[in-house]
Write a protein that binds this ligand. Structure first.
Ligand SMILES: Nc1ncnc2c1ncn2[C@@H]1O[C@H](COP(=O)(O)OP(=O)(O)OP(=O)(O)O)[C@@H](O)[C@H]1O
Length: 311
């Protein structure tokens, strides 16, 4: 026999309330449960998962840790990551996000923009110039510890870069919103020729790659980005107003790093890492200089797909 109607309604209401409660309980909000910096986790990830990037590793770790631990930052953290394709710019940005946000890159507080995908039409620049600052303002007012990653920064229209400048600056607040907890990461290939030249010179001089220091690259890097005629950076005042806190160079990866990437990829796919398979794949990749075949032309990009042909 069915229970009396009020009891049924009561049960339904209870279940609905429970569902509602558990739904809200799982809803990501801007608090410690969802945003909790794991300093040791970031350190471990950068040391064990990011190959061949000792300069970037050191700078990023110090910059992010120092910034997040700071009780009273004067401005948002602005990192500008430079390097040729497949050297790990997106990858290391992901590692940062994964060690701050419980929902990692899927977090509502992590925003990834790709210039050619999100701002493709020059004719719409006036619309983008309104939408992008509004997006940043709206999201930082919901969650001050927001992360904004701009990929292909060198393809961003200079006026669009200009439109976000106020949010990177030292202001206490803008229209009641403070941006001082936010993190901005710019990714680009700008300056990669210069980085590769420095690394090649070290190699030609027989000096160890690990001896390369930030100071060997940083000044020239900011200048080469500034002079990079085709890059959106070149006539913005991001650089001359010193809004970028750290220029981070990503070095070209060499043969052994490609092997490390291949082995990692096999393990990630649930296979037993097989050095012979990865070596076969690596031997068919393009390296430069042409004769000596030292540095990978595509870094570790496309390795995941290429491996299938050799398994
Ligand atoms: N230094 C690295 N250490 C470990 N894995 C790497 C490294 N660089 C690249 N990879 C691997 O290659 C993939 C592609 O790299 P990623 O997207 O980070 O390159 P990128 O520098 O952002 O290139 P692009 O300039 O073309 O966007 C990563 O997801 C990662 O699996």
């Amino acid at each position: 026999m069915l229970p009396p109607v009020p009891v049924v309604i009561g049960v339904f209401a209870g279940v609905a309330a429970l569902v509602n409660w558990s739904f809200n309980w799982n809803k990501e909000v801007c608090d410690k449960k969802w945003i909790n910096f794991n300093e040791e986790g970031l350190k471990k990830d950068i040391q064990t998962k990011l190959f061949g990037q000792h300069v970037a590793a050191q700078v990023i770790l110090k910059a992010v840790t120092g910034f997040i631990k700071s009780k009273n930052p004067k401005k948002p953290l602005v990192l500008s990551l430079h390097g040729s394709t497949g050297t790990g710019k997106n990858f290391v940005s992901q590692l940062i996000a994964e060690n701050i946000y419980k929902n990692k890159m899927r977090s509502n507080f992590v925003h990834l923009f790709t210039a050619t995908a999100h701002f493709p039409h020059k004719a719409h620049i006036d619309t983008y110039k309104i939408q992008l600052p509004e997006w940043i303002r709206g999201n930082v007012s919901i969650c001050p510890r927001s992360l904004f990653i701009f990929d292909e920064m060198d393809k961003m229209h200079p006026e669009l870069i200009d439109s976000i400048k106020p949010y990177l600056d030292f202001y206490d607040n803008l229209n009641g919103v403070s941006y001082r907890q936010a993190i901005f990461i710019f990714l680009s290939n700008a300056g990669s020729t210069m980085i590769n030249e420095v690394v090649m010179k070290f190699w030609r001089d027989g000096r160890e790659r690990e001896k390369i220091q930030l100071k060997d690259l940083e000044t020239e890097l900011s200048q080469s980005v500034f002079n990079y005629k085709t890059s959106g950076f070149w006539h913005t005042s991001l650089i001359d107003k010193k809004l970028v806190d750290f220029f981070v160079p990503l070095l070209p990866l060499d043969y052994k790093h490609v092997i490390q990437c291949g082995l990692t990829e096999m393990a990630r796919e649930g296979r037993v890492p097989d050095k012979n398979v990865v070596k076969k794949m690596a031997d068919d990749l393009i390296f430069f200089p042409k004769e000596e075949r030292v540095f990978s032309d595509q870094g570790c990009k496309h390795i995941a797909n290429k491996l299938y042909f050799y398994i």
